[in-house]
Structure formats: C-alpha cells, structure tokens
Unconditional design. Structure first.
Length: 603
C-alpha cells in the first residue's frame, strides 16, 4: 500500500515512530478546530522521544496534507498553498512541536506565518511525551492589507486548543483583507516593500534600486553605513542591525537587500535578528535572470546558477521553516530544489551540468558551420540597459524584446546584417553585463558567453548618457578579461546620444579609448551608417579578390558575385566573361575553381 511521504530528517527514527507518523495522514481533525487531540498526542510522544521538531499541515477540511521531521531547533515546512487569490489565506494551518517544552513562537515562526500566508501557525511545547503549553498566531490585517502584523493566542492547554473556533477566526481575517469597492483589483500594488543596505556610499544604491524595481520590489528606504571591512557576523554593525530592525517594523518592509554578497552565516544571523527575509545582490540578480529566461537553455543556466549559490546556504531561514513563500529571491526553475538536502542538490547540479554540456556541443557545431561558411560574426556586448537589443532591432529588424530596464533580454539572438557591397555578417545579441557580475552566472552562462569568445568582432555598446559610463566600461572590460578576449578586435559604440549627455566626459573617454569609436542613437538612427562602415572596414579580411575569365555556361557564378560580393569590372568578350570582383570567403571557392587567370583561346 502506498504511503504518503514524511519530509525532512527521518534518519535514525525508529520504525515504530515512522509508522505512527504515517498514521497521522489517516486522522482527520474537525474543520472548525486547529488540531485533534489524537494528532497532537502522537506528535508530542514522538517529538519527546526523538528530541526533534515535528510539523503537520492541515487543510480547511481537516485533512493532513504534510508531515515533516526536523532537528531539535527547526523543522522543514513543505506544503502547497491552497490560496485562491491575493486577498485570501493559504487555506492551511501549521502545527509544530518544540521539544524544549516552550510553546512560544519564534521570529522564524512569524516569518513562516507571513511568507506562506498560513491560516494559523501553532507551536506545542512538549516535554516527557506530554504537551506542556500551546501558543499560536494569525495574521492581523492592517488598513485592509496583509502586512506583517500578528495576533497572538495562548499559552493554553491542548484541550483548549482543540476547542478554539478556527472557522470564525479565518472568516474574520479574510473579511478584513478584501479590497475596497472603489479600487479595481488589477490596480492593487503587489510589489514587495524592500529596504536597501550598503557599507559604501549611498550613491551606490541607485543601481541596486533599479535592480530591485526590475525584480518587482518597491524600495522604501536606504541605509548606508561606512565600513572599511564588513562585520564578520552581521556584515553591518550590531547597532545598525537594531536600527534596521526597527525601521523594517515601522515601514512594514518584507525584504532587506544588501548591495554586496553575504556569507551564509551573515544571512542567517541577520534573518534571526531582524525577523524578515534577507537577500544580497547576487540573489537579486539571479531572481531577475529567472524571470527573464524564456528558452530551455536559459532556464537550465539560471537553475544551475541558483543551485550553486544555494548549496552552501541551506542553514538559514530558508531551511529552518518557511523556505519558499514566493517573491524576490525565490523564483526560477530551480526553486523547489531549495527544499532538498545537499545530496539531492548536488545530483541536480550534475544533471544540469551534463545538459548544458550538450548545449555547448550544439553551439560548437553551429560555430563550426559558421566558420565553414566564413561569414564574420559580430557580438554585441555591453552593460545592461545600454541599448544592445534596440541596436540589434535597428540594424536587422529582429524585433527582439526591448524595455528601459535592467536585463530586459537574457537569451541570445542572432540575425544576418547586410552591409554595403553585398557584404554579410552575423550579429549576435548577448546577455548584458553588470558591476560585480556573480561568478556563478559567468560559470553557468559559459555556453552563451562563448559566443563572445568565438566572435570575430565585438561591438561594445555604451550608454553615453549615463553619469557612470566610465565605471560601466570598466565593469564590462573586467568580464572580457575573465573570458580572455580583451585583445579581440573591438568597436566602441556610444549609444543614446539623442539624450542629454556630458560631452566633456564623453570626449575624455573617447580619447583614452584604444579602439575605433562611433556615436549613435539606436532609437533615432543617428550614426547607424557610420557604424555599418566601421563594421565593413574591420571585416575586409574576410573577402577574397576574384580576377579572370569565366565561361558563358557559368553565368550563375556572375549572379553569385553580384549577390554575395562587389563587382568592379565585368566585360563580355567572344572568348568569355572577364570579371574583377571581391566576394565573401564563404563563396570564394565556388568561383575560384572555375576562374581562368589567362584569356581563353578563341574557337
């Protein structure tokens, strides 16, 4: 007979205890009460015996939908929300044990209650196989919204808990979080409230704010603390942590974003001290990439980067109780894997690595075909939101997605570009770079970034209107150095000159630039012809000179020269057709084997 799974740390449990845990699935609680005495007593007995936390999810029909086992301090929660809309709770209640005998809810419990939108979060303090006390809490709506305010009940006995009228409580909560009649539900702001933190100048938070908005968060405040060295335990000072906790509570923020990469210990300590979700710059960028990935390849790359970053971070709030309640930092193809143990994550990483190796082989074959055709490849590179996709559309009418936001496009697009003299190149749009681009992404996107490595020419697109264009150029060149392509032929393309720009700064940058440069506006078309001419000049070595005689029965080759080359001289004589032309290397052999360098004899 099929048994429903027991999640979490079941290793070392006695078979009799496991059988009892499985039996919980067969028990039903009254839908109007939080838990039945039978379920509560089984949980108390096993939790006291093994000294581990247990968790049970019960739906509104009183059916047990999930049973989990943790350690002495925490337990993993796994259950799918039954929420039917923005203004409803999850339709699940969670009851878990504290083997210490203390039934008070912890910060992590409250965080789980809020993140999962649970009907109720209850904690049973158990000792010696008996239930000593029970406390529970529910969300307390404020101003017709589900903000982070709670209503506490208890401590009480187990009997009192089973007699509590749950249905009326849920109706009361959901009745107060309905949208006002004058507001259209589609106009309700769903973005998460976030606080931005840095240990550098507050000016550095401008880009982080754009990243947060791109991911779907609403920055509510900025906190800056100048430190030469991050605090080992909290990244910021302890006093600033307390100040941040008070600010978060006052603003009702659900998320705190740090502008630097945090260690697993720092993340865990900050979550415990502040009581809300903490993410860093890398997690934020990964989340944006998860939203932008559309192709199977892109989704594999994002999942691999997420798992590699998550693996050493399985001990914070993300694995204590509420792992994934939705929202920034929890999206993406690999999000359910954050609930698995290290062994399963490593196995998944191996699977993704093999899948992406197949992608690399496929791309390698595509590049081999391009080399055989000898069509030059031009790669668009640059800082995110510099206008690469807009330029691709302007040059090739590719109709790639564009938007005035960071990482608007993620998956690479390749199109043919027709130049003067019937010349052709392949133009490839690549993923945008950014300051402190996470090395996890560079590793995961190796298959995509190899397009940059194999390209014949790089078009480095720069936002000429940006006040930090020098820093953005440096950030891109840093990534190119990591890829080993810093010496590749490059054209600097200063885009967005139709906007107000600092001409003095732009001239200084151009003077220090070792590459040919052109000023353009991909939006209005300014400078596009000059750009095409620069591309042509830097791909001339890809053409071969054709000079000689062709027979009259090969006029198809004349058509080929006109179609894929530039014909300088074409004379029709009785002996044959004399032609002088240049043609792309991909078609040169087709003509060369039929060309006669000497004038053929008349018949």
């Amino acid at each position: 007979m099929f048994k429903k799974p027991i999640y979490g740390n079941t290793q070392g449990l006695k078979k009799s205890d496991l059988d009892l845990l499985h039996s919980i699935y067969d028990l039903v609680a009254d839908k109007n009460t939080i838990i039945s005495l039978d379920i509560a007593r089984i949980m108390a007995a096993i939790s006291s015996s093994c000294q581990r936390e247990l968790a049970v999810f019960i739906d509104r029909q009183g059916r047990v939908v999930s049973v989990g086992v943790g350690d002495a301090l925490t337990v993993q929660l796994q259950a799918r929300s039954r929420r039917r809309g923005t203004y409803r709770l999850a339709g699940l209640r969670c009851i878990h044990t504290h083997p210490s005998g203390n039934g008070k809810l912890s910060r992590v419990d409250y965080a789980a209650l809020h993140e999962l939108r649970l009907d109720v979060m209850a904690a049973m303090g158990v000792l010696g196989g008996k239930i000593k006390e029970v406390c529970f809490a529910c969300l307390e709506p404020q101003e017709e919204q589900l903000t982070k305010y709670f209503k506490d009940f208890g401590p009480m006995s187990a009997v009192q808990l089973t007699k509590f009228n749950l249905s009326s409580l849920i109706q009361s909560i959901e009745g107060r979080i309905k949208p006002p009649a004058s507001v259209c539900p589609t106009d309700i702001q769903k973005d998460e409230k976030a606080i931005l933190v840095t240990i550098a100048s507050e000016d550095t938070l401008d880009e982080l704010a754009l990243l947060a908005e791109t991911a779907g968060a609403t920055p509510m405040a900025r906190v800056a603390q100048r430190r030469n060295v991050p605090n080992t335990a909290y990244f910021i000072g302890r006093g600033k942590v307390e100040e941040l906790a008070q600010l978060r509570q006052r603003l009702g923020a659900e998320l705190i974003i740090f502008d630097s990469e945090l260690t697993p210990t720092q993340t865990r300590n900050l979550e415990n001290a502040i009581g809300c979700r903490i993410i860093d710059r890398t997690t934020l960028i990964l989340d944006i990439f998860a939203q932008r990935a559309r192709t199977k390849e892109g989704q594999l790359q994002v999942e691999l980067a997420q798992l590699r970053y998550t693996l050493p971070r399985l001990t914070g709030l993300g694995t204590a109780l509420s792992r994934l309640g939705g929202g920034i930092g929890t999206r993406g193809p690999g999000e359910t894997k954050l609930e698995t143990d290290r062994r399963h994550i490593r196995r998944r990483i191996d699977e993704l690595t093999k899948a992406l190796e197949q992608v690399r082989q496929h791309r390698r074959q595509q590049r081999q075909n391009r080399r055989e055709s000898a069509i030059p490849v031009v790669a668009l590179i640059g800082y995110t939101n510099a206008g690469k996709s807009t330029l691709l559309n302007t040059l090739t009418q590719a109709q790639a997605f564009t938007a005035n936001q960071l990482f608007a496009t993620l998956d690479p697009t390749t199109r043919r570009l027709q130049l003067t003299g019937n010349r052709e190149v392949l133009l490839t749009d690549t993923v945008g770079f950014i300051r402190n681009l996470p090395h996890h992404l560079i590793k995961a996107f190796r298959a995509t970034l190899e397009e940059v490595v194999e390209a014949d020419i790089l078009l480095h697109v720069v936002d000429a209107s940006h006040t930090e264009l020098t820093e953005q150029i440096t950030a891109v060149e840093s990534v190119l150095t990591n890829l080993g392509v810093q010496e590749k032929t490059t054209i600097m393309v200063f885009n967005k000159v139709d906007r107000p720009i600092n001409h003095q700064l732009l001239e200084q940058v151009k003077l220090s630039c070792p590459y040919p440069a052109v000023e353009i506006s991909a939006l209005t078309g300014i400078g596009i012809e000059q750009l095409k001419e620069l591309i042509s000049q830097n791909t001339l070595h890809q053409r071969h000179l054709v000079k000689g005689w062709l027979p009259y029965d090969r006029t198809d080759l004349i058509a080929l020269l006109h179609r894929h080359g530039e014909v300088y001289r074409e004379e029709y004589n009785p002996e044959g057709i004399f032609v002088e032309a240049e043609i792309d290397a991909s078609h040169w052999m087709n003509v060369a084997e039929h060309i006669d360098q000497n004038a053929p004899l008349s018949k």
